[in-house]
Write a protein that binds this ligand. Sequence first.
Ligand code: PRP
Length: 189
Amino acid sequence: MINKMGLENDIQYVLISEERIKARVRELGEQISRDYAGKNPLLVCILRGACVFFTDLARNITDYMEMDFMAVSSYNDGMTSHGIVRIKKDLDTSIEGRHVIIVEDIMDSGNTLDNLTRLLGTRNPASMRIACLLDKPERRAEGIGISPDYCGFTVPNEFVVGYGLDYADAYRNLPYIGVLKPEVYTNVE
Ligand code: PRP
């Protein structure tokens, strides 16, 4: 059981307001619209954390684009220098020859995106870039050589939730990025 005190009460402070997110997502949408004009990019939503950012970003893209969805979990098997990505739900679309934009909520250690780009790269896309709402570079694992091509905000090493990001599957519906009160996730029974 987690020590919930009420959705808003569990938040220590708002790190990125709804207004700032909205403005930044609009800028990213405009940038992607310019960069991919006439290319009909395939936006790949990595479930579940990216779902809120994904739908807002897509609505700020003003040219043709397509959507697909993928769910993965990443772990390190201790056998290789990088980890392994397990596909829980694969894409329905072939990405061969397509311009792919992977949409994520957060890059933390970077293992998920590192493994995922490695995997999707074997499927011969025409190009592949990463759009990530939050980047937490302080947490990056050793040897990760990638970073988001489109980044919403760089964040400090705090326990962030909201706008798709969860703790124990809660808080994804908050319209802002907040820092969780430590008492919510410490002394968990
Ligand atoms: C989160 C997030 C990224 C990953 C980032 O997913 O959505 O996919 O962790 O961490 P990393 O850079 O250290 O690999 P999570 O496994 O919590 O699943 P969720 O998206 O369903 O919340």
